[in-house]
Design a binder for this molecule. Sequence first.
Ligand SMILES: [Zn+2]
Length: 240
Amino acid sequence: MKLDSGIIMLDVPSNVPGMFIHPTVMWDDDNMVLVDAGYSGQSNVIRDAFINEGIHFESINKIIITHQDLDHFGGLPEILESSTHKIEVLAHEADKPYIQGEKHLVRLNSNFLNTMPEDRKKMVKQMFENFLPVDVDTTLADNQELPYCGGITVIHTPGHTPGHLSLYHQTSKTLIVGDELNKMDGILMGPRKEILEEGDYETAMESLKKLLKFDVKNIVTYHGGLYTNKPHKSIENLIK
Ligand SMILES: [Zn+2]
């Protein structure tokens, strides 16, 4: 779905039937930036989503990973491998060692696995143990301004993971929030408490306050898609 000139939210079928994930694409004359890369094995469905939107998958030259969960970067190795040119990988410094396989992914030993039925738990645990690590080329920090695609502000929103990032695309007034916010049945929801460890949920709620300083027209949640109904007020209501 086109949100404005130079920004599209993709609708990509998830590996859970009937569910979708929503990577975002931003571009200018020199760059095609993908935000989040889906699960392992999803590069073809992401490619199809590009074709559906009339944009060129082969033009991607930067991929920003909002955080270390495998539904966000599991598909990254195959995209990098299939590209004929170097794609720069960007992530927050605090999640870099996890994405690079130097630390166990935070979700491996957490409440997250306990939210699943036994058969699925085993499969997901294996996935978390056997993922392909990826080198992060560039680390991002809070408040950093990326000088492309009309200007993108980096917002460090820790809690869901230590290096969770949100991004603000300035020209379209779009907040890309990864899993910091969710949308369910049309309603904007905060971070998912049931999958987080003690203290992390509180950190994620604290991070929400950082989103209030932006003039927001669109919120893109990775799992629920686009939210546009009084975005600022809706975030404020979640904090109260
Ligand atoms: Zn996610």
